[in-house]
Structures are given as structure tokens and as C-alpha cells.
Design a protein around this ligand. Sequence first.
Ligand code: FES
Ligand code: FES
Length: 155
Amino acid sequence: MAASTTLHVNGRPREVHATPDTPLLYALRDELALTGPKFGCGLAQCGACTVLLDGSPIRSCVTPLAAVGSGRVTTVEGFGDADHPGRVQAAFIAEQAAQCGYCIPGMVVAASALLDQHPHPSDAQIRTALDGNLCRCGTHLRILRAVKRAAETPA
Ligand code: FES
Ligand code: FES
């Protein structure tokens, strides 16, 4: 039976009505209209659904609400919007890193987590951090340039 649960998303409490085994991705998209995180594979294999939980990237498609608890969830919407993009989002725009765009929210979230840990990452660190985020359009080199551009932009 669906229960009321309070999640902490993008800096504020949000109530959802879902069973504890409901994937976080479904609650974000279906209940909170946060459609930045995407359903790609549903099997933790593509990274399209990536969000941060207490600052660490997770696959929200396989993370049940029970595992989220009172953790702080950050979706791509938490980094900025079309009018006021965050530095990683702005860098992705400047480098025209998106083709279809489906993978980009997960890429932005994963890249943001990387830059939190390593403000000036090497190419190898960027590739490793984004290794699990797949892009079917093959814009990987533009994405790499975007992350490097973001790293050169003051936070
Ligand atoms: S949709 Fe979650 S990893 Fe693919
Ligand atoms: S831009 Fe299309 S999947 Fe990456």
C-alpha cells in the first residue's frame, strides 16, 4: 500500500505517496514532476537516471525509496534551470555537448560530483567518472570538453 514519505530533494522537503520499494526515479518523475532524470535501462547500466544522494552519484532507477530515507537528493534541476544554468550546465551548452540530450542530465550530475571531489580533474579522471554514463549519440568528446570547461569556470 502506498504510504506518505518525505524526501529531501533539491534543498527542500517533498512529500510522495509510494511504497518503500518504489524506485526513486519513479517518485521523482511521476510524483514530483522532476523529469530531468531519465529512464534508460532500468537496470543500473546506462546512467541516464543518475542523481546525487548525499553528494554521491547513484542510479535512481534501482534505488528504492526505503534506501533513500532522509538523505539529500539532488537532481539535475537542482543545479540550475534554462534561465540560470549552473556552471556545468552552462559548459555543456557552450560546448554543444547534447545531441538528442537523453543522457545529458545524468552526465551533468555525474560531472558535478566529480568536480566536487576533484576541482581540476585530468582527462583520465573525467573518463573514469563518466565511464558508466552511456551516450548513444556518441558526443563523448564534446562532453569531455564540457567538463574541462566547467572545471576552468569559477564555482
Ligand atoms: S535508467 Fe538507471 S542506469 Fe539506466
Ligand atoms: S546526446 Fe543522445 S544519448 Fe547522449
